[in-house]
Design a binder for this molecule. Sequence first.
Ligand code: DX5
Ligand code: ZN
Length: 216
Amino acid sequence: MILAPSILAADLGRLADEIAAVERGGAGLVHVDVMDGRFVPNISLGPAVVEACRRATRLPIDVHLMIESAERHLDAFVDAGASSVNVHVEAVTHLQRALDHLRRRGVGAGVALNPSTPIGALEEILPEVDVVLVMSVNPGFAGQTFLPGSLDKIRRLRESIRARGLPARIQVDGGIHLGNIRAVVDAGADTIVSGAATFAGGDPAAAARALIEAAG
Ligand code: DX5
Ligand code: ZN
């Protein structure tokens, strides 16, 4: 299991320290949530923050684009230092082209699914996806409550990937904490995004360690 702390919940005035802390705590990825106030209600971070993360750590930087017309902004995030970029299937019309572009630029290509989007939406594209980002909250804010129906969705996705012999990883994002991380991993997730559970308690290194331990 790889822990991917979301800096949306970090103290951005101390970004480099917050990232260093989760790195000490065993995090394997830094997750950056990008919101445009259109695809989701909130506005958050952009390429300049990805650049700041890139300077602060050697960990891979995973960008989650919760924006409309994401295909117009892929290069800006790759140029800023993203190691992988996730686009929402609900927000990109020519998904195959976007994923192909990311792969040609040498970064991981991910597809995110809102809670109400069925995994069948990936039927044709799954062989070309490095990671499926299963949203376990409606995207827009840190600190929301995990939607329990996500567990069955993760199980069905894991089974479909296995049955088709595909390499896609499963990353799960939203409302994950010490009390449910084990169930999410047992359902088939291999990468766990965590915002509030990592940063809200004031000791992100210890919180990251505890989450990794609780994941089993
Ligand atoms: C939700 C974001 C998540 C979120 C995770 O819109 O995509 O990455 O920040 O935060 P928690 O773990 O607090 O739900
Ligand atoms: Zn996210």
